[in-house]
Write a protein that binds this ligand. Structure first.
Ligand SMILES: [Zn+2]
Length: 466
């Protein structure tokens, strides 16, 4: 398996630190509002990376943080006349709803910055002891020039960077490139006690600390959007490697930008969409499919026409699966493969192999999806009235398995037939007569799941579809 590593600017063979295991950290959102579709891209991309590793038999320890203390959260809390905790809790809950809608697996651990303050104080203390950080009137800065590898991820030269910087009058830095690890509170801001001041951490330190705590000093993959390469990830490397004395992450993965109608998404330009906005127009499975239709290192352009095209593409796949399901329901089919079918499955396998090859090549979901479309075409032209159960199953299961690696559900919910509903209602009535209320409730819940509502009337039980 090959991964493009931002650190070396090359595709490299993936070799995990520990056999059979992947430790990966993905920078998560700052929770002061609903997540926007720019946030959704890394979530979808790296969830798919995780699913592919799992498909390959790896055990993946996946950590993704929520930044729940930040200037934007404080601003929002002031606007609403409430506290930061209320804001961050609300938007973490909303973010989790959107993630579920996009079928993103919960991380192994979603740490919160505010619950990891002690770890941050400990790492900052270590950095001060080792001479990599200094306290200047309650603000702690990282001494950037002391860390030799600074700039190795973003390929930036520290002197060139510095040419564009000036020290603001109120700052007390030794060098313009030094960045904040801890800052004193301002009036009305949330704060924590520390050896340097009552205050709060800078943004970068939380990821270094959470990654160390939940994954260890060295991890396999650190990932995020390419806008995080500098300064966030550069600073994380400096903090972690200075504090721990070992390589921080072996592979650095970054997804490219998302544009809207070929323009940068921004609130001021009026082309800003949250995942929630999109969910009101299309199924979030379509959004996921759309995002994966491009290679993660290519920019993706979001437009109504392109989303429509993605919807049509996904419909073609779900329809093919649906057709195979209906064919399988027909009685009287042969169970076993015929010789001709066995030969056809060899051809099919040659197409399916292309899916794995594409994913093995730096998670090329664009080519992997092309392979799925070819599988669908193959199924549509080779499955018919006379196909065996084994043949139809083989065609169908492979499409479902691959779509599942992409995190996209393609099987339609089975519709419940009127006759089955009547039968279940009768069984429920009997269960109640026998005072078997557990079973009666079970049936009511089962029906509710299928969208069937029961109405107890004087004439007996009636039902309707919701
Ligand atoms: Zn981060």
């Amino acid at each position: 398996m090959k991964i493009y590593n931002t650190l070396t600017k090359k595709k490299e063979e993936f070799v995990p630190i520990e056999d059979g295991k992947v430790r990966m950290y993905v920078c998560g959102p700052t929770v002061y509002n609903y997540i926007h579709i720019g946030n959704a891209r890394p979530m979808i991309v790296f969830d798919t990376v995780r699913r592919y590793f799992e498909h390959k038999g790896y055990e993946v320890n996946y950590v993704s943080n929520f930044t729940d203390v930040d200037d934007k959260i404080i601003k929002k809390a002031i606007e609403e006349g409430t506290d930061t905790d209320t804001i961050s809790k609300r938007y973490i809950a909303e973010c989790k709803k959107d993630m579920a809608g996009m079928n993103i697996k919960p991380a192994t651990k979603h740490p919160l910055a505010t619950e990891e303050i002690q770890g941050m104080i400990d790492m900052i203390s270590t950095l001060i002891e080792k001479g990599y950080a200094y306290n200047s009137n309650g603000t702690v800065y990282f001494r950037t020039r002391k860390f030799e590898g600074y700039g190795k991820l973003s390929k930036k030269n520290i002197d060139e960077l510095e040419a564009g910087k000036r020290i603001a009058v109120e700052e007390q830095k030794e060098d313009p490139m030094d960045f904040v690890l801890w800052k004193p509170k301002k009036d009305g801001e949330p704060f924590w006690e520390s050896p340097w001041s009552e205050g709060r951490p800078g943004w970068h330190i939380e990821c270094s600390v959470m990654s160390k705590k939940y994954l260890g000093d060295s991890i396999d993959i650190h990932a995020g959007g390419e806008d995080l390469i500098f300064p966030h990830h550069e600073n994380e490397i400096a903090q972690s490697e200075a504090a721990n004395g070992v390589q921080f992450a072996k592979y650095w993965m970054h997804n490219a930008f998302l544009n809207i109608d070929n323009k940068k998404m921004s609130k001021s330009a009026g082309n800003f969409f949250t995942v929630r906005d999109i969910s009101e127009k299309v199924d979030l499975m379509v959004l996921r499919f759309f995002m994966l239709s491009a290679h993660y290192r290519n920019p993706v352009n979001f437009s109504e026409e392109l989303v429509d095209a993605a919807k049509n593409g996904l419909d073609r796949i779900t329809t093919a699966v649906d057709t195979l399901t209906h064919m399988l329901k027909k009685d009287g089919r042969d169970e076993k493969l015929t010789d001709d079918e066995a030969k056809l499955l060899e051809e099919y396998k040659a197409i399916t192999t292309r899916f794995d090859e594409a994913m093995d090549d730096d998670f090329n979901t664009a080519d992997a999806i092309t392979a799925i479309f070819d599988m669908v075409k193959f199924a549509n032209s080779n499955a018919d009235e006379n196909s065996s159960v084994a043949f139809l199953d083989a065609l169908k299961n492979q499409i479902i398995e691959y779509m599942d690696i992409l995190g996209i559900k393609v099987e339609k919910e089975e519709e419940i037939l009127d006759a089955d509903i009547e039968k279940l209602i009768e069984e429920r009535q009997n269960a109640r007569k026998e005072k078997n209320f557990a079973r009666a409730d079970e049936i009511r819940d089962l029906l509710a799941e299928k969208g069937i509502v029961l109405l107890d009337t004087r004439e007996g039980v009636r039902w309707k579809r919701n």
